[in-house]
Write a protein that binds this ligand. Structure first.
Ligand SMILES: [Fe+2]
Ligand SMILES: [Fe+2]
Length: 165
């Protein structure tokens, strides 16, 4: 069964929001919190890579009227990238670990909300099912080689591309 790009991206959002909730319920269990943060960093690294490299440039090309939304999203991804990169180097026992994770979750929740409530409906209207399925296939292909950690060169390139393009 082929899924369109928006369906795939929403499934990613759901998965990452579940890890956020698990983190909030982890209490003082530092070991678990460390694992959950690793999981969120991996999910976010893959997801922002696919949006930065496939979804955003294609939407920008096909629907130039959504350019401002795309540019704002690149900036929001950039903030998440910085926080993920910092958290990647931290231990759960570090003083700022929980605070930084909380700020990451707040930022990403806000961004997901904007994508799902405002941006996706415009994209769906502008592109239609056939183009969204083609984009979904392209993303599924790119997912196989997507970076999974902020330390991978393709993840760094992604951040640089997002800022300079
Ligand atoms: Fe995004
Ligand atoms: Fe997203």
């Amino acid at each position: 069964m082929s899924s369109d790009a928006i369906v795939l991206l929403k499934a990613d959002h759901k998965e990452v929001k579940k890890v956020f909730r698990d983190f909030e319920r982890a209490g003082d269990n530092q070991r678990l919190k460390g694992q959950l943060v690793k999981q969120m960093i991996e999910l976010l690294t893959v997801h922002t890579y696919l949006e930065n490299e496939v979804m955003y440039p294609e939407v920008r090309r096909l629907l130039p009227e959504l350019e401002d939304d795309v540019l704002e999203s690149y900036e929001e991804h950039h903030v998440a990238d910085v926080l993920c990169t910092e958290l990647y180097a931290m231990k759960p026992s570090d003083e700022r670990f929980d605070a930084k994770t909380t700020v990451l979750m707040e930022n990403v929740r806000h961004h997901i909300e904007e994508e799902e409530q405002e941006w996706f409906p415009k994209v769906r209207e502008g592109l239609g099912r056939k183009q969204l399925v083609a984009l979904g296939e392209l993303m599924a292909e790119r997912r196989k080689k997507a970076p999974r950690s902020p330390a991978q060169p393709s993840a760094l390139k992604k951040s640089v591309d997002a800022v300079l393009k």
